[in-house]
Design a protein around this ligand. Structure first.
Ligand SMILES: CC(=O)CC(=O)C(=O)O
Ligand SMILES: [Mg+2]
Length: 231
């Protein structure tokens, strides 16, 4: 790809990716220590699920809250990869050319609902895809992160560090994930790939303050509100 095309790609995706109505493709169990803490087997292939665009929440927007059916809302801090150029069946060699940048993300999870779904062999949609289930940071242009596999990602609840991971510990690398995902569904400009959470996931309560960061790059802050009322 020419330098001019690359610049155009990055500029286009730097427009508010969370407002573009694109999907979030999420990877589960991509850190061994997290798979172990939930007694899950290590994956042989990436575990994928989706969040709709209505999952996105911005830092200055509404607070986080559990959906009405959930009594155990968990935080999962994750590195997000913002797609800058559409493609399907993207090779690993070309994968990074399709990346416009990054975002810090929280894969908020209705853990009790997820456990119930797992035990019944049902998909995780209720547990993962509810409104507001994906708080995101500002867009981080690709140039600010020379190596996305060399980042410390962390999360604190009320000033106490709960998650402290390093992206070098991902089981499946970003090029592998882009190749794998795009062999199943077309990746479009503005899509977000959540690359999985390190260990330390736990429940949040009403009134908690969550602060998360990529060391040296970005921090973001969210407040937890009361659970949504049953409609
Ligand atoms: C067990 C999970 O919720 C998987 C997941 O989302 C992850 O990040 O790992
Ligand atoms: Mg996750």
């Amino acid at each position: 790809m020419s330098a001019a095309t690359a610049a155009t790609t990055t500029a286009a995706a730097a427009l508010r990716f969370w407002e573009r109505g694109r999907k979030a493709v999420c990877v589960g169990r991509n850190y061994a220590e997290h798979a172990r803490e939930l007694n899950n087997p290590l994956p042989q292939e990436p575990v994928l699920f989706l969040k709709p665009p209505t999952a996105y929440v911005r830092e200055q927007g509404r607070p986080l809250r559990a959906p009405w059916f959930c009594s155990s809302l968990h935080h999962e801090v994750e590195l997000g990869v913002v797609v800058g150029r559409a493609g399907s069946c993207i090779s690993q060699a070309a994968a990074m050319e399709h990346v416009a940048g990054y975002a810090l993300c929280l894969d908020m999870t209705a853990r009790d609902t997820q456990e119930a779904c797992k035990s019944k062999g049902l998909p995780w949609t209720l547990a993962k895809a509810f409104d507001g289930s994906c708080p995101v940071s500002d867009f981080i242009p690709k140039e600010r992160i020379p190596d996305p596999h060399d980042l410390n990602i962390w999360l604190e609840v009320n000033g106490q560090r709960r998650q402290d991971g390093h992206t070098s510990n991902m089981i499946f690398s970003i090029p592998f994930l882009i190749n794998y995902i795009s062999s199943i569904m077309t990746l479009e400009e503005g899509d977000l790939i959540l690359t999985g959470t390190p260990s330390g996931v736990a429940a949040v309560q009403e009134g908690d303050e969550l602060v998360a960061g990529i060391s040296g790059v970005v921090t973001m802050r969210f407040r937890v509100a009361a659970r949504a009322p049953r409609p």
